[in-house]
Design a protein around this ligand. Structure first.
Ligand SMILES: CCCCCC/C=C/CC(=O)SCCNC(=O)CCNC(=O)[C@H](O)C(C)(C)COP(=O)(O)OP(=O)(O)OC[C@H]1O[C@@H](n2cnc3c(N)ncnc32)[C@H](O)[C@@H]1OP(=O)(O)O
Length: 719
């Protein structure tokens, strides 16, 4: 809706009313059309101000309406009518002017923004382009290079940057609506000929061809198969080369193909999934809206290896006081230097003062006695962690939350070392911990809802996308990764090369294929875990039997590489070769080719041709199948939790919507059929055996993803 009032005698004030962000729903668009008509027809009204209720101008089109039968007046003629008005229209921008919200403001003759406002055209992040004239007006206003940057990245700019770019005419620290009304009074009756952006020529550039070619190359490289950034470049090109009306036609045409695309559906799903994970629930029934977080002012990090350092930086940057503990003096000194450097570099990038004084360093675990929450980040070894938890439980004040940054160990076992197991949760950060957005908050059977709420709240405070998950080996992310890695190794045994597997996955949209990613993470990490699990044997037997461990098919390929000291990038050799240890450029390694040939011959494996489809199906469907088991087990509350974890922690391509959404797009029946096929071919691989939930969903007619929870609930009630 939009409210109309007359202020200061001659200003028609239109207030958009659709909390929380005044999105342009059908009712709001109708409201704008009606109120603009009214303001233009009232003779007493000499100028108009458009603002948004409760400190937000407009968050753009109502995303919830996409995919429905969109009714109500369309945006383009609505904005055109505002721009064509003979009375000056001023946009008073507070909070946000995003997407259609900014396009509405660009149709106004003047724009005044509060200094704290943020502006942008984020449509590309939803798989769309700014199709209400944004791709045609913005380049005319600020030039092609700046418009290309904003439209292809979707980044938000501050009011100050918007002023520098020329998007807004004025910024203010005062009441924006009051300032805009005063301004509207001052420009009443003035000619608007020079204020209609659609009539501007697009600013010339010395070499448009080169500029657009470079822009196209950039989006092809970074978009990894996403179609919207490419369409954005094409639309801006139309602004630079065609008259406005033809440019608008091109914008419409390009939008029409994007609007109904699977990528747009996936990206819009991601938008809502990212917000849905904040409304967490535990398998006990405890929920986000009934569990209060406790305040955390002071925190401690125990263990200052790579992860501990990143966690300390993330906490300090968010303004928390941190006690950073490392019992080895030498490591403590090194960590202090490293953390200082990280804080200084981060502060320089963000133009703020480094939060150096927020961290105190100590070799003594006793110094955590007065903190509110502790994050243990020592070496991934159960015995060591158990010892640390016992110590912490003895020294910390009553009520201190004890969190572990384990990437998969049993939270409950750690909790049992403490006097208050209800205060123990996992906070699984991803490396580098001060950069990666994902945080898995892991609750054990005895973790209290308050502990989960506190960890979730802290995650939000430090800028993470936090997902609450249950306690199991590897939690959600690493548990699903296991079958994926396993299939990649089996594919090598059967005839594929690391390059071929990686190429298929990179063409799918991953920034790195599984082998390049493993080289980056370090092959020794998984080797240590497999050794601890008793999977690595020094037994030199060959043939089928040598590749069966603990009753299932097992590939020792990774272990054999580690035995050769090939730990990945850090040793300059892994699945690929590198110029030197630490180098990032992966090159195919003839040694590995020979090694694979010898290995296959030794085990009597017959090489066959493996195509990209098989690589994708086996790697991805086995991972997805594990996702269904996780839902079945109640470890994740819904598919959105899994998808968000995969997008933010494992670089799953966002335009594919996360593994569970991807499965729904492929069709659950098809995923089931392919898993059945592969399981028949590899009966000794349990991860290919289709999960009960997948079968149940297919039996229920493959409901859309937002209905899966109902089927899961039914399944749980039957158990
Ligand atoms: C051929 C057909 C032509 C059709 C034309 C289509 C034109 C499209 C142009 C567009 O405008 S597309 C939309 C562009 N806008 C955006 O992408 C903005 C999205 N929103 C945000 O980035 C953020 O929400 C925010 C505005 C920066 C606010 O962030 P904050 O962290 O403060 O709050 P949130 O938790 O994110 O949001 C609160 C609440 O509001 C819901 N919401 C936000 N924006 C929209 C929106 N544009 N439409 C519908 N709903 C929106 C969000 O989902 C939250 O709701 P919840 O229920 O609490 O989860």
């Amino acid at each position: 809706m939009a409210q109309y009032t007359r202020v200061s005698g001659s200003v028609g004030l239109i207030t958009l009313q659709n909390p929380p962000v005044n999105a342009l729903s059908a009712a709001v668009r109708q409201g704008i059309v009606n109120t603009v008509q009214r303001a233009l027809s009232e003779p007493e009204v000499k100028s108009v101000v458009i603002c948004g209720q409760k400190g937000a101008f407009c968050g753009g089109a109502d995303i919830k309406e996409f995919g429905t039968n969109m009714s109500g007046p369309p945006l383009v003629p609505m904005i055109h009518a505002i721009e064509s008005a003979v009375k000056p229209v001023v946009a008073a921008i507070e909070g946000v002017a995003l997407g259609g919200g900014l396009e509405l403001a660009l149709g106004c003759h003047y724009r005044i923004a509060h200094s704290k406002a943020r502006l942008g055209l984020p449509e590309v992040t939803l798989g769309l382009l700014p199709a209400a004239g944004g791709t045609q007006r913005l380049p005319r206003l600020i030039g092609v290079p700046a418009a290309l940057d904003l439209i292809t990245t979707g980044r938000h700019v501050t009011a100050t940057e918007a002023l520098q770019l020329g998007i807004v005419d004025q910024i203010t620290d005062h009441n924006t609506v009051d300032v805009a009304v005063k301004f509207a009074l001052s420009v009443a009756g003035q000619s608007l000929d020079s204020r209609r952006i659609s009539s501007y020529p697009c600013p010339r550039h010395s070499d448009f061809d080169a500029l657009f070619e470079a822009a196209m190359q950039k989006v092809h490289q970074s978009a990894r198969g996403a179609i919207a950034p490419v369409a954005c470049v094409q639309a801006v090109r139309a602004a630079a080369t065609l008259p406005y009306s033809q440019g608008m036609e091109r914008e419409k045409e390009l939008m029409a193909t994007l609007f109904t695309s699977g990528q747009a559906r996936a990206l819009q799903y991601c938008f809502f999934a990212q917000r849905a994970v904040g409304r967490w629930s535990m398998s006990s029934g405890a929920r986000w809206d009934t569990s209060k977080p406790r305040p955390v002012h002071k925190a401690a990090v125990i263990g200052l290896g790579t992860m501990g350092r990143g966690i300390a930086v993330a906490l300090a940057q968010a303004g928390l006081s941190v006690v950073a503990v490392e019992t080895q003096e030498k490591q403590l000194i090194e960590a202090k230097q490293a953390v200082t450097g990280m804080l200084e570099r981060g502060a320089k990038r963000r133009g703020v003062t480094p939060a150096l004084d927020k961290i105190t360093y100590s070799p003594n675990i006793q110094n955590v006695a007065d903190v509110d929450l502790i994050i243990e980040a020592v070496f991934e070894d159960m015995a060591l962690k158990e010892k640390v938890f016992k110590q912490l439980s003895a020294v910390c004040k009553p009520g201190t939350f004890l969190c572990t940054n384990t990437s998969g160990l049993d939270i409950n076992r750690l909790a049992s070392q403490t006097c208050n197991p209800e205060l123990v949760v996992g906070m699984h950060f991803f490396a580098p911990a001060h950069v990666m957005k994902l945080l898995e908050v892991v609750y054990g059977p005895r973790s209290s809802p308050h502990a989960v709420a506190t960890a979730m709240h802290l995650g939000k405070k430090i800028g993470k996308v936090s997902v609450a998950v249950g306690n199991c080996r590897g939690f959600v992310g690493n548990r699903m990764l296991k079958p994926y890695l396993e299939q990649a190794l089996f594919l090598l045994e059967e005839g594929a090369t690391p390059e071929q597997v990686d190429q298929a996955l990179e063409e799918f949209g991953f920034a790195m294929g599984v082998f390049r990613m493993s080289d980056l993470s370090g092959l020794d990490v998984g080797w240590r875990v497999r050794k601890a699990d008793g999977l690595v044997t020094s037994d030199a037997t060959t043939g089928q039997q040598a590749r069966i461990r603990q009753g299932h098919r097992y590939s020792p390929l990774g272990d054999l590489l580690c035995e050769q000291g090939r730990f990945g990038q850090k040793t300059g050799r892994g699945w690929y070769q590198y110029d030197k240890p630490g180098s990032r450029v992966a090159k195919p390694d003839p040694w590995l080719q020979n090694f694979l040939e010898e290995y296959r011959a030794r085990h009597g494996l017959v090489v066959r041709r493996i195509d990209h489809q098989e690589v994708l199906e086996r790697c991805l469907y086995s991972l997805i199948n594990e996702g269904f088991r996780i839902l079945e087990d109640g470890i994740a509350a819904g598919p959105e939790d899994i998808d968000v974890i995969y997008m933010f922690g494992y670089s799953w391509p966002r335009h594919r919507g996360g593994p569970m959404f991807y499965a729904s797009m492929v069709g659950l029946a098809r995923v089931l059929e392919r898993l059945e096929y592969y399981h028949q071919a590899h009966p000794d691989v349990p991860s290919l055996h289709p999960s009960t939930l997948l079968r149940k969903l297919v039996a229920n007619g493959s409901p859309p993803i937002h209905k899966w929870r109902e089927v899961i609930k039914k399944l749980h009630s039957q158990l």
